[in-house]
Design a protein around this ligand. Structure first.
Ligand SMILES: Nc1ncnc2c1ncn2[C@@H]1O[C@H](COP(=O)(O)OP(=O)(O)OP(=O)(O)O)[C@@H](O)[C@H]1O
Length: 932
């Protein structure tokens, strides 16, 4: 048929060694996979021409080279995965799972065609790979034996996936992993194409489809990528689509028999090889972003968002407009409201006085006394604290005519109860949150023990906290007290029956339940309060009910609303009005007006010059509403004592005029506490910061959450200087600046509270120093030092605990001095143990504080990445290992890691010590290019 010329890259004779074929024909391409480029080595040829023989050798050599390369490049990390499959009769079989059913092919948008459920074994070492190769070979042979074939009728595809990365890629901003696949494809004998084509009976058998499609694909590809390339027409071409014409470097080894009888097959093979020679592929380096790198981008955005929010919340600190005039205006309004409250309170007391008088007149003092002695609380239920717990603290029934008891109300109007936001807050999670002191951490009862000395810090707990602390205990106390009464008064009096007129109606109401409710809704009452006054108050309530009924049932009387309005609108007539049966509405109205006034004041003092920073003020208002709600609604006996004295309670009353400069005063140095000089007090820090050249950069770096550095260095400087200035203000207790003095008369309580707050803060700082309180612990107080009244209890507790700690230390020292019997070592050990114990307790407490702060900051507890990111940013430009250690400690505390070293490990992949030791090594240099 005449000579035909074909050109190939290499031609090997029959005396060529497989090694030579590999070295000259396949090695370069195969090892491209180590650089992230897919590679494929095909063997094509007729049966018995040496495909399997050659591919086995090439695979061996390639694997050896891969492992040699890995050995020579220890700075990189490699992960090898191996899988083997066989395609026979368009069925894909996993060679590593002998019993596997044919595998399906799936289209993955990123990876292309993938074989579903194909085993991919991560290799331990080269022996492991050899073992797997043997398994594949054996498995393929088993199939051939089963088919009673002496030659390969199937295609074998061995795939080695190589993932390589720099060992310290985790630390790199551009962290990436190279992922490539190395394919070794031993095709079925090529003669089968022509055979099957000629022998139609075998068309549906063997590998003809794949080979036929392979040939078509190669032919089309060799002519350029014009038209449709039928990759999807066979499993083989579908799986190897990349290798054939896409993202891969491919070597096609064509084997031929020198026998004259095989000249046709040899010619076909040459034609196939010629076509394949023309095919161009489009190999690329396959760079995958590491998981961390992938996470980093959105994480960075998230951090940025959080930081900007955080900065916004701090905005008042850096706002430059005239806060003095705004504060003055607010102070004036507050002063005016205080005056109004005083007047209302006076009216309120008078109303109550008249009301009591009217009750006494209508029932007689004797009756009251008899009621007082009534053992009406004889109830096993009442003595059951569980029952008490189950009764929600409803307190908004003062205007519900014929109100049922708390229990029956809930049964009858569950919806209404659920919809009442005032009631809901009693059930919300804040209860748990504030309940921690007793419930979540039994060990924190230690704090309560401390609290038995000096003024009770819990007087300034918000209402929920009081409820949480006292709900079971105080209720029990109250019940106990009642039980005492019961024992003392051993006779029953049908009290309601003795009430005149309409009272008899209400007398049908189970007075016990009314009393129960009173007991339940007066959690703040101590045992001594549940005496005659309580019962008298309960009686008043009963009478009130009766009056309500009366009012409703007497259309001749003026409407309640009118009476109510008149009583409020015309105070000069209040004497007459209050003596009326509708005096209760004046009473209620006054309460409500006082309450709304208090709320308004809360509004005013929760200074929010920027609408962008509503969080604190909102939270503040929410909290500040609680005491007034409780006191104004449910506890008549307690109610009388609230205003105006309630305003002077530190820090319960919400009308403290918040000093603008004081609120965020400590914000800038929040992170600065994580510096190595952990024992440094705030004062010394700020003094030093002010005099130090490093204040600009380091303060800012430690502020961390502050984007000021990135956005504007100049602004950052201003911020820091302002913060320092503020700190000095605090130290000098200079309240003149915001014009408080002008309102001194009316704002004296608030000023007192401010000064008390600042004094307490100073004391705590001194105690920290005195007790060598660790840095991490101090950091929990950054935001608590903002002066939010609702935080004052924590300051109080901290102060007491530290006082105790200090006393304990000094006491321990003096014991050593006095006794003289203890050796220094033993006493030191005892002190150490004691200190450890206290530290444990402190740690427990601070964990809770941390949780609380998280909630306050809006930080999710699982935001480890954010903190680590922050740490990385803090460390990026530092050479100071102490600095790293301290900030790692801070981050560890924030993210809940056990120790700072764990933080280092998370960021660098090595612990702190390794990090320190390796700071001159490539790891360090890589991580901190500025150092290298
Ligand atoms: N280069 C070589 N040197 C020595 N022997 C070889 C060489 N190539 C192949 N052989 C031998 O020829 C025989 C057939 O080789 P091999 O099985 O590799 O052919 P094949 O193309 O894979 O055939 P099939 O398609 O039927 O599987 C084997 O016994 C093998 O040992």
């Amino acid at each position: 048929m005449g000579p035909t010329t074909h050109t190939f890259d290499r031609v090997f004779g029959s005396d060529s060694l497989t090694k030579q074929v590999y070295e000259e024909g396949a090695k370069e391409i195969a090892l491209s996979a180590l650089g992230g480029i897919n590679s494929s080595i095909f063997a094509y040829g007729q049966t018995g021409s040496g495909k399997t023989y050659t591919m086995t050798g090439i695979t061996e050599y390639a694997i050896a080279d891969v492992y040699n390369y890995m050995d020579m490049h220890k700075e990189r990390e490699f992960v090898l995965k191996f899988s083997g499959m066989e395609i026979y009769n368009e069925a894909v079989r996993d060679l590593l799972r002998s019993d596997s059913a044919p595998l399906r092919l799936l289209d993955d948008p990123e990876k292309g065609t993938v074989v579903e459920r194909l085993a991919e074994i991560t290799l331990k070492d080269r022996n492991h790979l050899h073992a797997l190769l043997s398994i594949c070979e054996a498995e393929r042979k088993v199939g051939e034996t089963f088919l009673n074939e002496t030659s390969s009728r199937s295609h074998q595809i061995l795939r080695l996936t190589i993932e390589s990365s720099a060992r310290e890629y985790e630390r790199s901003e551009n962290a990436s992993i190279l992922v490539s696949q190395m394919h070794f494809v031993d095709l079925a004998g090529s003669e089968r194409v022509s055979q099957t084509l000629s022998a139609g009976a075998r068309l549906k058998e063997g590998c003809h489809i794949s080979l036929l499609t392979l040939g078509t694909v190669i032919r089309k590809l060799s002519k350029g990528r014009h038209g449709h390339i039928p990759f999807r027409d066979s499993k083989l071409t579908r799986i190897l689509q990349n290798s054939l014409g896409g993202n891969a470097r491919t070597a096609m080894i064509c084997t031929m028999s020198p026998a004259r009888s095989h000249v046709d097959q040899s010619r076909n093979t040459l034609l196939f090889g010629s076509c394949a020679q023309e095919v161009t592929t489009n190999p690329k380096v396959n760079v995958w972003m590491s998981n961390k790198a992938l996470v980093k981008q959105p994480q960075r955005e998230m951090v940025g968002r959080m930081e900007s929010e955080f900065n916004k919340s701090l905005a008042p600190n850096f706002i430059t407009y005239d806060v003095v005039s705004i504060m003055k205006e607010k102070d004036l309004r507050i002063a005016k409201m205080n005056q109004e409250i005083k007047e209302l309170t006076r009216q309120y007391e008078l109303a109550q006085h008249n009301w009591v008088e009217s009750i006494q007149q209508s029932t007689g003092d004797e009756q009251v006394l008899r009621m007082d002695e009534c053992p009406i609380f004889h109830s096993s239920q009442l003595a059951n604290p569980c029952f008490l717990d189950l009764v929600p603290r409803t307190h908004s029934f003062s205007k519900d005519f014929g109100r049922p008891s708390a229990r029956s109300f809930n049964k009858q109007y569950p919806q209404q109860f659920a919809e009442n936001p005032e009631d809901n807050f009693l059930l919300d999670e804040n209860l748990d949150q504030d309940n921690f002191l007793l419930d979540e951490n039994p060990e924190d009862n230690f704090l309560l023990d401390v609290g038995t000395v000096g003024p009770d810090p819990y007087e300034c707990l918000d209402w929920n906290a009081q409820m949480a602390d006292s709900k079971s205990e105080d209720d029990c106390k109250e019940v106990r007290c009642i039980e005492v009464e019961e024992l003392r008064m051993d006779r029953k009096v049908e009290a309601p029956l003795s009430l005149p007129g309409p009272e008899k109606k209400i007398g049908h109401l189970p007075l016990r339940e009314v009393m129960n409710e009173d007991a339940v809704t007066s959690p703040t009452k101590g045992p001594t309060e549940a005496t005659n006054g309580d019962v008298a108050t309960s009686l008043m309530k009963v009478s009130k009910e009766a009056m309500n009924e009366d009012a409703v049932s007497s259309p001749q009387k003026r409407s309640k609303k009118v009476m109510h309005e008149e009583a409020v609108s015309f105070p000069e007539n209040r004497a007459q009005d209050l003596s009326d049966v509708n005096a209760e509405y004046v009473y209620d109205d006054l309460k409500q007006r006082i309450q709304s006034m208090q709320n308004a004041i809360s509004c005013l003092i929760s200074f929010s010059p920027s609408e962008e920073a509503p969080r604190y003020s909102d939270a503040y208002m929410f909290r500040s509403r609680r005491p007034t709600l409780v006191r104004s609604r449910s506890c008549g006996a307690v109610l009388v004592t609230i205003p105006p004295t309630g305003f002077e309670d530190f820090p319960r009353s919400p009308e403290r005029p918040q000093k603008i400069n004081s609120a965020p005063r400590f914000s800038v140095n929040d992170e600065y506490f994580s510096r190595k000089d952990s024992q440094k007090s705030l004062k010394s820090f700020y003094t030093e910061a002010q005099n130090s050249n490093k204040s600009d950069s380091e303060l800012d770096a430690f502020a961390g959450l502050n984007e000021a550095k990135n956005s504007s260095n100049k602004r950052s400087d201003d911020m820091v200087q302002r913060a320092v200035h503020n700190m000095n203000d605090a130290r000098d207790n200079n309240v003149n600046e915001i014009g408080l003095d002008e309102q001194e008369g009316s704002l004296q309580p608030a000023s007192n509270r401010l000064s008390k707050f600042e004094k307490q803060r100073g004391e705590i700082i001194e105690l920290w120093d005195a007790c060598n309180v660790p840095l991490v612990h101090r950091t929990y107080f950054f935001l608590l030092f903002k002066g939010d009244p609702s935080d004052s209890v924590y300051m109080e507790v901290e102060f007491r605990r530290l006082s105790l700690l200090k006393d304990t230390f000094s006491h321990g020292a003096s014991m050593v001095d006095k006794s003289g019997t203890l050796t220094k070592a033993s006493s030191t050990k005892a002190l150490d143990q004691e200190r450890k114990m206290l530290c444990r307790k402190m740690h427990k407490f601070t964990k809770i504080q941390r949780k609380r702060l998280y909630q306050k900051w809006g930080i999710k507890l699982n935001s480890k990445q954010r903190s680590l990111q922050l740490a990385y940013r803090l460390w990026k430009d530092t050479k100071d290992m102490d600095h790293i250690w301290n900030s790692a400690a801070l981050v560890a505390s924030l993210v809940g890691f056990e120790n700072p070293s764990q933080v280092c490990r998370s960021i660098f992949g090595v612990g702190f010590l390794s990090l320190k030791e390796s700071h001159k090594s490539s790891i360090w240099k890589h991580s901190f290019p500025s150092l290298s």
